[in-house]
Design a protein around this ligand. Structure first.
Ligand SMILES: Cc1cc2nc3c(=O)[nH]c(=O)nc-3n(C[C@H](O)[C@H](O)[C@H](O)COP(=O)(O)OP(=O)(O)OC[C@H]3O[C@@H](n4cnc5c(N)ncnc54)[C@H](O)[C@@H]3O)c2cc1C
Length: 430
C-alpha cells in the first residue's frame, strides 16, 4: 500500500489532521505507539459504566471552539453540552463563579472599590493588542494596572490560572491571556464538554480516517527518514513505510529522537527541545450516589477546578452514580518533588471532603494522578504562540501538529488548531 501521508502519533492532533486529510482523499496512515489512541486526550470505559477522560477535558468556546471546527471541516457536528451551575468555593462557602459580565458586576467577592477598578482592567484586556503583550508577564501587568489585592487575586488566581492552565504568574504571558479573554467575549461562549467524553471525538476521527486509511496502534515510529532535506518515509521495528509527506504529531520536544538535530536550523532545535509543559494533579472519583448538583466548581486554595461530568452529561456514569474530575495546575517545584506533590494531593482530597460532606463515605473508586505534562507548552512569555513552531518545517514534506505548535488557545485547542493548519498546508501543497 502506498500512503499519501503518514502521521506519527494518534493523539487528537494526529487524528484530527488524519481525518481532514482522509476526508479530502489522501490515503492516510496513523501510527500510534500505545495500544489505544488519544495520547493525553485518551478516554475510555475506565470502570464499568464510567467513560473517563484523562483528567478534565473541557472544550474551550464549546461549539465555537477548536474541536468543533475540526468536526465542521470533516462535515460533521460534534455534540457539546455546556455547564450551567458553576460555583466558586470562597471563604469556606459557595458563590457563583463570576465569569460573565453580569456575574462580575454582582458577585459578593468584590467590594465597590474592586468593581470600580475592574471596569478599566477589563477594558484593557478587551481592547489592547495581544501581540504587543506576549512578552509581558501577567504578574507585571497586574501590578502596574490594578491596585486592589482582591482584584489582583481574581485576575491571576482565578481568571488566568483557569483559562491558561498556568501556575506561575511571573512567567505567564499577558498577550495569551488577552487573546483568550477577547475570543471568549467575542463568541460569548465558555467551556463545553463533548457528549460521551473525548472518547466520542477519538472514535469519530478514527472512523473518518479508516474510511480512507488506517490507524495502527501498538506501532512505534523509530525514525522519520530524511534524505537531501526531503522526507522519504517512516521506519518502524517491522518495516520501512515510504511516504513523501509525514506529520510528527507529538510534543516537539521529542522530535529529535526521530529526526537528527543536524537536519534543522540551530535556533529551531534549541527552542523546540527546551519547551516547558504545564504540570498538575488530577483526581477522578466515581461516587456510589450523587453528592452534588453542581456542574463545575473552582477553589483557589488549594487551587483546583473540577467538573461533576455526569451532572452535565449523564451518559458518562452509571445511572444514579456520579463522576467527578478535579484538576490542579502546579509548578514544577511541587510536581518534581514526590513528597510535596503527594501532600498537595492530600490537601485537595481533604478539601473536597470538606466541601461535599457526603463525598467521603460514597467513594466507589478514585484515580489520582501526578502529571509532569498536561499542556505540551505552558503559555509563558518565552513560548507564547508567536514563538512556537509552525506546522511546516524546513524539511520538505515534514509537518508538525500538536499542542507545542503555534496555534490559538491552550492545550487541546492548540492541538486541534495546529492539526487543521497542518492538513491545509498539505492539501495546498499537493
Ligand atoms: C490532566 C489533563 C487535563 C487536560 N485538560 C484539558 C482541557 O480541559 N482542555 C484541553 O483543551 N486540553 C486539556 N489537556 C491537554 C490535552 O490533553 C492536550 O493538549 C492534547 O491531548 C494534546 O494532543 P496531541 O495530539 O498534541 O499530543 P499527545 O496527546 O501527546 O499525542 C501524541 C501521541 O503520539 C504518540 N507517539 C509519540 N511518539 C510516537 C512514536 N515515535 N511512534 C508512534 N506514536 C508516538 C503518543 O503515544 C501519543 O498518543 C489536558 C491534559 C491533561 C494531561
Amino acid at each position: 500500500m502506498a500512503w499519501d501521508v503518514v502521521i506519527v502519533g494518534g493523539g487528537v492532533a494526529g487524528l484530527s489532521a488524519g481525518a481532514i486529510l482522509a476526508k479530502d482523499g489522501f490515503k492516510t496512515l496513523v501510527l500510534e505507539e500505545k495500544l489505544r489512541v488519544g495520547g493525553r486526550g485518551n478516554s475510555f470505559e475506565y470502570k464499568k459504566g464510567y467513560i473517563v477522560d484523562f483528567g478534565i477535558h473541557a472544550l474551550r468556546l464549546a461549539d465555537k471552539g477548536a474541536a468543533a471546527r475540526v468536526f465542521e471541516r470533516i462535515g460533521e457536528k460534534l455534540e457539546i453540552v455546556e455547564p450551567e451551575i458553576q460555583k466558586l468555593y470562597y471563604k469556606d462557602s459557595w458563590t457563583d463563579l463570576p465569569l460573565s459580565v453580569n456575574k462580575l458586576s454582582t458577585t459578593p467577592i468584590f467590594t465597590q472599590k474592586d468593581r470600580e477598578e475592574l471596569g478599566p482592567a477589563l477594558t484593557q484586556m478587551l481592547t489592547l493588542k495581544p501581540e504587543e503583550y506576549y512578552d509581558v508577564p501577567v504578574e507585571k501587568w497586574a501590578e502596574e494596572n490594578v491596585k486592589s489585592d482582591n482584584l489582583k487575586w481574581f485576575l491571576k488566581d482565578i481568571l488566568t490560572k483557569l483559562l491558561l492552565v498556568a501556575a506561575d504568574m511571573t512567567v505567564t504571558s499577558t498577550g495569551e491571556l488577552f487573546d483568550l479573554v477577547q475570543i471568549f467575549v467575542k463568541t460569548g461562549k465558555g467551556a463545553g464538554y463533548a457528549v460521551g467524553g473525548w472518547k466520542t471525538i477519538l472514535d469519530r476521527l478514527t472512523e473518518t480516517i479508516e474510511a480512507n486509511g488506517e490507524v495502527r496502534v501498538g506501532i512505534k515510529a523509530e525514525k522519520i527518514i530524511v534524505k537531501n532535506n526531503e522526507v522519504k518515509g517512516v521506519l518502524t521495528r517491522e518495516e520501512t513505510i515510504e511516504a513523501n509527506k509525514v506529520i510528527a504529531a507529538f510534543p516537539v520536544q521529542n522530535l529529535f529522537n526521530l529526526v537528527e538535530e543536524k537536519n534543522f536550523p540551530r535556533d529551531f532545535v534549541e527552542k523546540s527541545k527546551n519547551i516547558l509543559p504545564s504540570l498538575g494533579i488530577s483526581i477522578d472519583y466515581g461516587f456510589h450516589k450523587k453528592v452534588s448538583e453542581f456542574h463545575s466548581f473552582m477553589c483557589s486554595d488549594p487551587w483546583m477546578t473540577a467538573t461533576f461530568t455526569s451532572n452535565i452529561d449523564p451518559s458518562v456514569a452509571p445511572p444514579g452514580e456520579q463522576l467527578l474530575t478535579v484538576f490542579s495546575v502546579q509548578p514544577p517545584s511541587i510536581i518534581k518533588n514526590l513528597e510535596a506533590a503527594k501532600k498537595e494531593l492530600q490537601r485537595i482530597q481533604n478539601t473536597i471532603y470538606k466541601m461535599f460532606p457526603e463525598a467521603k463515605g460514597n467513594v466507589k473508586w478514585v484515580r489520582p494522578m501526578i502529571l509532569d505534562i498536561v499542556d505540551g507548552a505552558a503559555l509563558t512569555t518565552t513560548q507564547s504562540r508567536d514563538k512556537r513552531a509552525d506546522a511546516a518545517t524546513t524539511i520538505k514534506g515534514l509537518y508538525l501538529a500538536g499542542d507545542t505548535c503555534n496555534g490559538e488557545g491552550a492545550g487541546g485547542d492548540i492541538a486541534f488548531n495546529s492539526a487543521r493548519r497542518c492538513a491545509e498546508y498539505i492539501i495546498k501543497s499537493s
